[in-house]
Design a protein. Structure first.
Lengths: 302, 415
C-alpha cells in the first residue's frame, strides 16, 4: 500500500470540533482562543465562526507576542481580526522580561519560546480566563497523544499526566475549582494533513510564509534557520538567499524552513503527502531532548 | 471520507505497541525523522532491531517501564479512510482506561500471544467490548512466528475463544480471527506467505472493508441543544436557532418535534450548517435548528419526535464502571452528567459487582472501588431523557462527577 492521496477532509472532525467549541462557550465563564497566527489557530478561528453563526464568535483571541514573530504573521493576525470583527488581546514577553519575571536566554540557541509560558500564565491570571482554546493536535508529538480534549491545569498552569480525567463518549467535564483553568483542544483528532485539507476546502487565507518565497537563511545542524536580528549567529554562519517555506509558524528563532517551490495549497498538500520529515521535526524547540514537549507541557506550555 | 475508531488493549508483552507501530510503518505513516529517532532509541536500549513499539509509549514513566499507562491516540490514513486508534493498557488496574478508550470505538482489537493463548486479560477485554456493545471485534493471534506458524495452535485458540463467547451473558459482536506476526509484519498490512494455510484477509484488509452501520440513523431521533443562538443584529433580528448535535437518528425540515422537558411541540423550519441550508441532519452532525413556533427550549433541552420520545427517568438502573480512587459512597450526592445535562443524583443501592475476568456476579460484594464494574440504582433530582444503552447507545450513557473534587468518577450505562 502506498501513501496515496488523501484529499478529502473527514467531515466528522469538523462536527466534533464545533460540538467541543459550543461546550466550551457554555461550560465556562471566560474562555479565550490562544492565537499564534499559525494554521492550527486559524483553523480554530474558522471553526468558532461556524459554530456560532449567525451569532458572533464568543471568545476573544489572546496572542502571546514574543517579539520574535515573523512580521508576516503579525500582519496576517491584524488582517484576520479586522476582517472577522474579532477581539484581540496581546501580551508581550518583553514585558515579562522587563518585569524581571523571566530572563532572556543567551548563546546561539537563545529563544523566547520557553519564556512565553510565563507571559501566558500571567495573562490567564490577569484576564481571569478559565478556558483557553488551543490548536494542539495529538498527532504532533508523543506527549500530546495523551492529552485530553478538556485538559485541567492547576493554579500554576501545570499539566499532570497521571491525574487526567477520563473522557468518555462525547461527555466533557469542565468543572474546575477557583484558580484552575482548562486547556481546550477541539482539533485533537486532526492530523497535519486534515488541517491542510480543511484550509483548502474552506478556502482560508494563511500567512504568506507557508508558501514558497525567497529569504535569507543560514544552515545549522542540518536545518535551515531564518536569518533575523533575533538569531545569534557565529562567524562561520553566513546567510544566503534560498527559496523556502515554513511548515509551522513559531518564532523566528525556533522554526526551521524547508526548501520548497510549493506556492499553492495543492502543492503544499502534495508535498506533505510525500514529506519525509514530520511537522515538528522542523521545530528546533523539540530537539532539546526526547521528553522536551512533556516537560514543557507540565510547566504550563501550550 | 469516513473515520474508523479502533480501541486496542493488551498485556505488557503481547506485542500491541509493535502491532500499531507496524500498521503505521506499513501505511507509510512514520516520517523519516521519527524513524531515525526510533533507530537511535532502539540502539540506546541495546536492541539490534528497530523497536516500533517505542513509537507509541509517550510518557517518560511509560518509556522507563516499557508499558502503556494512559490512553494514547494514534492516527493513520489509507486512501479510503482515516483511522484513529485509542491505545490502552491491559492490566486490571487500568480497566478504567480500557473503558475510556473503548467508549468511542467501532472496532475492538484484541491481541493474543500465540504461545500463551487465552489469558486472564483476554476475558477482561472481551467483557469490556461486550459491556460497551462495540460492533466489531478483531482477535489477532500474534507472535505466530514463535509457534512456527502452526495452524493447529491457531485453531486451538479460536476454539477456546468461541467457548468464551458461548458463556458470555451479552450479545456477541461480529468477530474475526487473524493469525499475525506483528514483529515481521505477517498478515498486518500485507497477506502473509508464511501463513499459507490461512486464506483470509490481513488485518488492514479486514479493517478497510468494515462497513459502517449507520445504525444511529435507524435509532430514534435525538438532538441535544447546546445553546440558543440569538444574534440580535439587524440582519438576524428575529433569529432564534438551537445549536447542538444530533445524538442519534435523523431530522428533516418539516418534521414535527417535541422538546423535553417542556413537552411543547413544533415543526422544524430550517436546519443550518453555517451558511448552508440542509434538508436533513444525521447522527453526530453539529447543526443549528430553527423551529416554526416559539417554544420553551434552551441549553440542555432535547428535541425528539412525538412518536418515540425518550422516557423521563428519575430512578435509574445502570451498569457502572468506577474510575476513582475514592470508593462509591451510597447516599452521597454526585452530579450525573447525561450528554450535556447535569443533575444531582444519589446512589440508592449497589445491586452487585461483576468479576470482569470470570464474568461472574459477586452477590456478596457490595462496594465499588477503582476499576470495579457493577450494577447500581440511582435517583436523580430532575429527570434525564435517556434511552437504554442496549437500545440506543448514543443516548444511554452517563458519567458521575464528584462535586468536591470535580473528577469524573464513573461511567454508567442505562439498563
Amino acid at each position: 500500500m502506498t501513501n496515496k492521496i488523501q484529499w478529502e477532509f473527514p467531515q466528522a472532525l469538523e462536527d466534533e470540533a464545533i460540538y467541543i467549541l459550543r461546550e466550551t462557550a457554555a461550560q465556562f465563564e471566560r474562555p479565550a482562543i490562544l492565537f499564534s497566527g499559525g494554521k492550527d489557530s486559524i483553523t480554530i478561528v474558522r471553526l468558532a465562526q461556524k459554530a456560532f453563526y449567525p451569532g458572533k464568535v464568543p471568545f476573544p483571541l489572546l496572542h502571546i507576542d514574543t517579539g520574535h514573530n515573523f512580521p508576516e504573521t503579525i500582519q496576517f493576525r491584524d488582517w484576520l481580526v479586522e476582517s472577522l470583527g474579532l477581539d484581540l488581546i496581546v501580551r508581550n514577553v518583553q514585558d515579562s522580561i522587563d518585569q524581571g519575571k523571566v530572563q532572556e536566554e543567551t548563546g546561539k540557541y537563545a529563544s523566547r519560546n520557553a519564556l512565553q509560558t510565563v507571559t501566558l500564565l500571567d495573562a490567564i491570571e490577569e484576564l481571569k480566563f478559565d478556558a483557553c482554546i488551543g490548536g494542539a493536535r495529538r498527532d504532533e508529538e508523543k506527549a500530546r497523544a495523551k492529552e485530553r480534549i478538556f485538559s485541567v491545569r492547576d493554579e500554576f498552569g501545570q499539566w499532570n499526566a497521571k491525574m487526567q480525567r477520563p473522557e468518555l463518549f462525547d461527555m466533557l467535564n469542565g468543572k474546575i475549582h477557583l484558580g484552575e483553568n482548562v486547556r481546550v483542544f477541539p482539533i485533537s483528532n486532526w492530523t497535519e494533513l486534515d488541517v491542510w485539507n480543511y484550509i483548502r476546502r474552506e478556502n482560508l487565507q494563511i500567512p504568506s510564509i507557508y508558501f514558497s518565497h525567497e529569504r535569507e537563511i543560514i544552515e545549522r545542524d542540518g536545518m535551515y534557520w531564518p536569518y533575523s536580528p533575533f538569531l545569534n549567529t557565529t562567524e562561520e554562519e553566513t546567510p544566503f538567499r534560498q527559496k523556502v517555506r515554513f511548515r509551522t509558524v513559531g518564532d523566528m528563532t525556533c522554526t526551521a524552513a524547508v526548501i520548497s517551490e510549493a506556492d499553492k495549497l495543492e502543492d503544499i498538500i502534495s508535498e506533505i503527502l510525500e514529506a519525509k520529515i514530520s511537522e515538528r521535526g522542523a521545530r528546533i524547540d523539540d530537539k532539546r531532548s526526547e521528553a522536551a514537549m512533556e516537560k514543557r507541557k507540565q510547566a504550563g506550555y501550550f | 471520507m469516513e473515520v474508523l475508531r479502533i480501541t486496542t488493549s493488551g498485556s505488557v508483552d503481547d506485542g500491541k505497541s509493535t502491532l500499531i507501530g507496524r500498521l503505521l510503518y506499513d501505511t507509510h505513516s512514520i516520517p523519516q525523522d521519527k524513524m531515525e529517532a526510533l533507530h537511535a532509541a532502539s540502539k540506546r536500549k541495546g536492541l539490534d532491531f528497530t523497536d516500533l513499539s517505542l513509537l507509541t509509549d509517550g510518557l517518560v514513566a511509560e518509556r522507563e517501564q516499557g508499558i502503556t499507562i494512559d490512553v494514547a491516540h494514534i492516527y493513520f490514513s489509507t486512501p479510503s479512510r482515516k483511522y484513529i486508534i485509542a491505545d490502552t493498557p491491559g492490566h486490571i488496574e487500568y480497566t478504567r482506561n480500557m473503558v475510556t478508550g473503548a467508549s468511542n470505538a467501532q472496532v475492538s482489537l484484541i491481541l493474543i500471544d500465540a504461545r500463551k493463548g487465552i489469558v486472564e486479560q483476554t476475558y477482561r477485554h472481551f467483557f469490556i467490548a461486550g459491556l460497551l456493545r462495540i460492533p466489531y471485534l478483531v482477535v489477532c493471534v500474534n507472535k505466530m512466528d514463535l509457534v512456527e506458524y502452526s495452524e493447529a495452535r491457531f485453531n486451538q485458540i479460536v476454539e477456546d475463544f468461541q467457548q468464551m463467547i458461548a458463556s458470555a451473558t451479552f450479545k456477541a459482536p461480529s468477530i474475526k480471527f487473524i493469525p499475525i506476526s506483528s514483529l515481521y509484519g505477517e498478515n498486518v498490512a500485507a497477506r502473509s506467505e508464511k501463513i499459507n494455510w490461512y486464506s483470509g484477509d490481513s488485518l488492514l484488509e479486514y479493517l478497510e472493508q468494515i462497513t459502517f452501520d449507520h445504525a444511529d440513523n435507524s435509532h430514534p431521533a435525538r438532538f441535544k441543544v447546546q445553546s440558543v443562538i440569538r444574534p440580535k443584529t439587524e440582519a438576524y433580528h428575529d433569529f432564534r436557532g438551537f445549536a447542538g448535535k444530533v445524538v442519534s437518528g435523523h431530522f428533516n425540515v418539516g418534521d414535527e418535534i417535541i422538546s423535553l422537558p417542556s413537552q411543547q411541540k413544533s415543526k422544524i423550519k430550517t436546519i443550518e450548517q453555517f451558511e448552508t441550508q440542509l434538508t436533513t441532519a444525521e447522527a453526530r452532525q453539529s447543526v443549528v435548528i430553527t423551529l416554526e413556533d416559539e417554544i420553551d427550549t434552551s441549553r440542555g433541552s432535547m428535541l425528539s419526535k412525538p412518536e418515540n420520545a425518550p422516557s423521563l427517568l428519575k430512578e435509574i438502573s445502570a451498569q457502572v464502571c468506577w474510575m476513582d480512587q475514592q470508593k462509591l459512597v451510597p447516599g452521597k450526592a454526585y452530579l450525573l452528567q447525561h450528554g450535556i445535562n447535569r443533575v444531582k443524583a444519589k446512589v440508592q443501592l449497589i445491586e452487585h459487582v461483576i468479576d470482569v475476568t470470570s464474568n461472574k456476579i459477586l452477590e456478596d460484594k457490595k462496594e465499588l472501588g477503582l476499576n470495579d464494574i457493577g450494577k447500581i440504582t440511582l435517583k436523580t433530582a430532575h429527570p434525564i431523557f435517556a434511552d437504554s444503552y442496549d437500545v440506543n447507545p448514543a443516548n444511554g450513557a452517563f458519567i458521575l462527577i464528584d462535586e468536591f473534587s470535580n473528577s469524573t468518577v464513573a461511567v454508567g450505562f442505562v439498563a
